[in-house]
Write a protein that binds this ligand. Sequence first.
Ligand SMILES: [Zn+2]
Length: 487
Amino acid sequence: MAQYEAVIGLEVHVQLNTATKLFCRCRNHFGDPPNTNVCPVCLGLPGALPVVNQAAVAHAVKTGLLLNCTIAAFSKFDRKHYFYPDLPKAYQISQYDLPVCRAGWLEILLNEQPRRIGITRVHMEEDAGKLMHDEGGGGSVVDLNRTGTPLLEIVSEPELHSPDAAYAYLTTLKQLISYLGVSDCNMEEGSLRCDANVSVRPVGVTTLGTKVEIKNMNSFKGVHKALSYEIERQTKAVSAGQAIVQETRLFDTVQEKTVSMRSKEEAHDYRYFPDPDLAPMTFSAAQVEAVRATLPELPRARKERFAAQFALSDYDATLLTSERAMAEYFEATVQAGASGKAAANWIANNLLTALNAAHLTLAQCRITPAQLADMIALVESNAISSTNAKNDVFPVMFATGASPQAIVDEKGLRQVSDTTQIDAWVRAALEQNPAVMAALTSGKAKAAGTLVGAVMRLSQGKANPALVNARIAELTRAYLPPPPEPA
Ligand SMILES: [Zn+2]
């Protein structure tokens, strides 16, 4: 039996997080009451004129540069016509033949090997409204808050050959776009959506098989499952000598399979033409270079710098740069005086665990980087023990946002490093333990170790453990028999 390979191309829609919509000044915000962020422009009322949002254009150019694209010197908006109840003016403003960005690539890691996936184009377009069915009354209702929201459509070349590769592409793309700060990439709120084109062909064949488009995948795991199902379905069909029907299929998230939605036989004619209400956009080389200069340090470069500058392990450097907010939190903690190693340990081992347990993001964290650095300084100056820091100080900081100094003072946790006080505890411990004294006088030096627990109890855990060990060694030496004379 012939071996088959899958050929996958992805179309990703990213909602830009500009303050206002793409062609009007309505608020661009998820979750407001229905039909409150609307105006004649985004309602598509006759005579209303769109004006392009320059912040959205800047986001598009930045994203194009992030994806190694060529930025068009000349780009325009086109009308894409279709009728649907969520699109009041019966055309969507999109870009047809002259998108802002084209011919780029995205590097992904597949089985730890870097691979470049071609980016065909990145174009700007407006979103449609949102239909809700059976919301009461038995009919459907429409919320037009989303109409006119700025979107980028990022189209990959058909260069992905497995569900794993598609998954790696999507996670890498999401990480980079989040770093750029142009979208929050929240799939649950619809600010990142993905459709896939998939076909199969015998290994060694270079022409493409008949492709099927899959829609309705609402998570990266869903994309993986839908592609796995669809590749298997097509491979079985082709192996059995059946033809693949060119069609659009929906992913059924409950049954985890794709189901036929509509045949592409009735391919749409969108009657694209340039939008006469919008002037074309031009970008000079100097403008593009000015935008390039504003690109942030990206995860891989930052990871390498962290590893070198702060002597972090590969694991810690990867973890701390996985999100821009975390990388910035870490650097702010170091700038506030903590060592890189200590900051990395506290963030990776304590802070992230606490955030996960509380279902909070770093943006919602009540501990500021400066407070974390202060707490690390208290541990390193022996003002508090690391056990007290972990168990008594950090959890209160996390819950209340109080400063570590205030918590230490309020709980009386300040570690005792005064040798006169520690010596008094050591003598008291010796008096309470005559058996230890007897063992020492008979030459068993190790018996002194059993005094540590007694001293810590006497000090209520506040004695500096390193000093306790040193003072016990010093004060018990007198009880030991003299060392034998050298022969
Ligand atoms: Zn509007």
